[in-house]
Design a protein around this ligand. Structure first.
Ligand code: COA
Length: 329
């Protein structure tokens, strides 16, 4: 039995932060950001708006599009590194917001790979035969951990959420395979140091700005291209395919140059590579499901198409998932 995606949705906050606005409080330029990263603007939450709020919008839209009631959802999995609170989980808040009273719900932490890890988990639950409908959401409110004095990070990220409903495929289509990886030796290159059990919040951690995301941009850049292209190529090979067979490649939207170099290394034609980083920036666990829903809404995917997803993020975590699209099931 294979799992298949039968509903897609996304939500981004209304408020837009352009590169020109960023120029006013950090030493950067619209020209630099567009040429080095490929971002023109990002959406950002209003004060008081959190990951559960964006996820709830996605969840409602997923249910409405699939035409099922909240009671039918068995499990809600939310990939995020910016939960509303350390506990309870964002997934529990969403479960209550949408009144999914038969669902159990949990968050999964894998940074920019959060949606792929969650999708893999949900797909295996479907394959077990125990569950019928699984809601998988990727969401991040990156502005809650951004240092607007650090030009290496604050220009890259944005806020947003996307998700899917998974159910058992009635054909041989759906999620064909996956390769997911972790290399914890990369922890120092991309992290938020404080606010957990190692460095609980204190006056010191705040003064040292340790609640913000920090990165070694150059290292992450190189690793992201190499690791995403390696697993994507291997996954295609395992399924008897090559880059030219891919109908749509939806990579994590971290940097336009990373996206283009990864597509090239996988031998995927440029016009088959989904890019929307210009509008949203890097929304961490949100990028892939947002791009997937945009692709569906723009009719860029038809049943029978090979859709390849790939991500890389903090941990390091990375991976690829191959789908033979089958939305009508
Ligand atoms: N605006 C203007 N100039 C900037 C800048 C900014 N926001 N950030 C860095 N610069 C400057 C640097 O100081 C440097 O100046 P110098 O040559 O005078 O020393 C110059 O631009 C080039 O810096 P460099 O670090 O080589 O830039 P880069 O091309 O590597 O781009 C990143 C920096 C962060 C955009 C890039 O490395 C990247 O995207 N890395 C991956 C990060 C990522 O995706 N993280 C999320 C995890 S999935």
């Amino acid at each position: 039995m294979k799992a298949t995606i039968t509903s897609t949705a996304h939500y981004v906050p209304e408020k837009v932060l352009t590169n020109s606005e960023l120029e006013k409080f950090v030493d950067t330029s619209d020209e630099w950001i567009q040429s080095r990263v490929g971002i023109k603007q990002r959406h950002v939450v209003n004060e008081g708006e959190a990951s559960s709020d964006m996820s709830t919008e996605v969840a409602k839209s997923l249910l409405q599009k699939r035409g099922i009631s909240p009671n039918e959802i068995d499990v809600i999995i939310i990939g995020t590194v910016t939960p509303d609170h350390p506990t309870p989980s964002t997934a529990a808040i969403v479960q209550n917001n949408i009144k999914a009273k038969n669902a159990w719900a949990f968050d999964l932490s894998a940074a920019c790979s959060g949606f792929l890890y969650s999708l893999e988990t949900g797909a295996r639950f479907i394959e077990s035969g125990k569950y019928k409908y699984i809601m998988v959401i990727g969401v991040d409110t990156m502005t809650s951990i951004l240092d607007f004095k650090d030009r290496e990070t604050c220009i890259i990220f944005g806020d947003g959420a996307g998700g899917v409903i998974l159910e058992a495929s009635k054909s041989n289509s759906g999620i064909l395979g996956s390769i997911l990886k972790t290399d914890g030796s990369g922890a120092e290159s991309l992290n938020v140091l404080a606010g957990g059990s190692k460095f609980p919040a204190s006056i010191d951690t705040i003064n040292q700005r340790q609640h913000y995301i920090k990165q070694d941009g150059k290292k992450v850049f190189k690793f992201a291209i190499r690791k995403m292209s390696d697993v994507s190529t291997q996954l295609l090979k395992e399924n008897g395919l090559s880059g030219t067979d891919v109908d749509l490649f939806i990579p994590h939207q971290a940097n336009k140059r990373i996206i283009e170099a990864t597509g090239e290394r996988c031998g995927i034609p440029k016009d088959k590579v989904m890019i929307n980083i210009d509008k949203y920036g890097n929304t961490t666990a949100g990028t892939i499901p947002i791009a997937l829903n945009e692709a569906v809404e723009k009719n860029l995917i038809s049943d029978g198409d090979y859709v390849l997803l790939s991500a890389f993020g903090s941990g390091f975590t990375w991976g690829s998932i191959l789908i033979k699209w089958n939305s009508k099931n």
